[in-house]
Design a binder for this molecule. Structure first.
Ligand SMILES: C[S@@+](CC[C@H](N)C(=O)[O-])C[C@H]1O[C@@H](n2cnc3c(N)ncnc32)[C@H](O)[C@@H]1O
Length: 245
């Protein structure tokens, strides 16, 4: 009899944002296959639980499709040994997380599985930086995109309101230029949040014209989420403190 795989969202980094269901699945698991973006403090917590921990994230300069096959085979191997496997992913597994791809694989292989959603970086990282994504007077829409997309494609969607950009650290300059070309005011506020919700969180605030320089000076290297829109003005007042807005 195969075991079971839980595809679990670990949240954005702060262990306090793990769900009760995630914690129960981790407690039940024999093996944890974890991604690069799972918070260090969460990994430290699991190490103390004496679980088998296996890194199953991307390695630099590696073909994503090949790595994904290896990860699928790892889930299958442990499940066929009758083990309870937690496939632990940063944020929510179904938000730019390939959770759907892994679930499809488990369906094909007839391996029992369950999805445990997680707190996505999309909303939690801005919240820890004091930024509400909507506001009755400032923004009534949220566009979520990745900085790896063809930015031209965004123009097919409304570019007013709040824009949340994942994986956009390395294309920030292009993103800012294209948004100005598309009609956003160059003074539109931008927040760049590195390692949000963790002890190492850094929040850099600027506008479409000057944010690139500020980010370069701050030497941002870790996971980065970008928020564009008037709502970023809140971070000046609430920077670094969870909610209470
Ligand atoms: C492959 S996507 C995974 C998103 C994840 N599934 C989620 O729901 O948050 C990785 C990107 O999410 C963003 N991200 C995730 N955690 C973050 C954090 N703690 N701080 C800043 N950005 C984060 C970054 O843009 C990062 O490059």
């Amino acid at each position: 009899m195969p075991g079971k795989v839980y595809i679990v969202g670990a949240g954005p980094g702060d262990p306090g944002l793990l769900t009760l269901k995630a914690i129960r699945a981790i407690e039940e698991a024999d093996v944890i296959l974890y991604d690069k973006l799972v918070g260090d403090e969460i990994i430290e917590m699991i190490k103390k639980m004496n679980k088998k921990l296996v890194y199953a994230g991307k390695r630099s300069c590696e073909d994503g499709a090949i790595r994904q096959k290896e990860i699928n085979e790892l889930m299958k191997k442990y499940a066929l040994e009758g083990k309870v496997v937690v496939r632990l992913k940063g944020g929510d597994p179904f938000v730019f997380g390939r959770g759907g791809v892994e679930a499809e694989f488990l369906v094909r292989e007839n391996i029992p599985f369950e999805i445990i959603p997680g707190v996505s970086s999309i909303n939690s990282v801005p919240a820890y930086a004091g930024i509400p994504l909507t506001h009755p007077e400032l923004s009534s829409s949220i566009l979520v995109v990745t900085g790896r997309d063809d930015i031209e494609a965004w123009k097919r969607t409304p570019l007013h309101g709040t824009i949340v950009i994942l994986m956009g650290r390395d294309t920030l300059a292009d993103i800012c230029n294209k948004l100005i070309e598309a009609g956003r005011d160059p003074s539109t506020p931008v927040a760049v949040i590195e390692k949000g919700t963790t002890r190492e969180q850094k929040v850099i605030v600027g506008n479409l014209k000057n944010i690139v320089k500020k980010v370069r000076e701050a030497k941002i290297k870790g996971a980065t989420l970008i928020v564009v829109g008037e709502v970023v003005r809140f971070s000046n007042i609430l920077n670094g403190r969870p909610q209470k807005i």
